[in-house]
Design a protein. Structure first.
Length: 139
């Protein structure tokens, strides 16, 4: 495991970089984060399971953005099992929140977060984790 300093942490929070794939990953993770936040604020009555699922998904999205990658300072590499668990949680926790919530008007935000999270996990798994062999991303 690598060292994650405050400078590196703040640098990793930036969704924009020179690599176009990092831009796509950053925008998709931040969109999942903000869609879960909108769904969280759209709840009429506080429901503890829904809140836990949504906050967990937001936390996993930020951890995936900050602590994963193939660079020397990353805590988790792209091809490790813990990274797969992080990325599956990005779309499965909003899915559970959509299934359990009783507020009808907030479900659309969760469904959008699930869709973006699922596309993110599948694309990142194919392109960077090598699920179907070695697919090279252009540099």
């Amino acid at each position: 495991m690598g060292n994650l300093t405050l400078e590196r942490f703040l640098q990793n929070l930036n969704p924009f970089s020179n690599d176009p794939f990092n831009l796509i990953w950053g925008i998709s993770l931040y969109s999942v984060f903000f869609l879960c936040l909108i769904m969280l604020f759209r709840q009429r009555r506080p429901q503890m399971p829904v809140q836990l699922f949504l906050v967990g998904a937001m936390l996993l999205a930020i951890v995936d953005k900050v602590a994963t990658g193939n660079l020397p300072g990353a805590l988790f590499r792209n091809n490790e099992l813990i990274t797969l668990f992080l990325r599956v949680g990005v779309f499965s926790l909003p899915l559970l929140a959509v299934a359990v919530t009783k507020t009808e008007k907030s479900r659309i935000w969760g469904i959008l977060a699930v869709g973006i999270g699922m596309v993110y996990v599948l694309l990142r798994g194919v392109l960077e984790m090598g699920w179907f062999g070695s697919v090279r991303t252009p540099r």
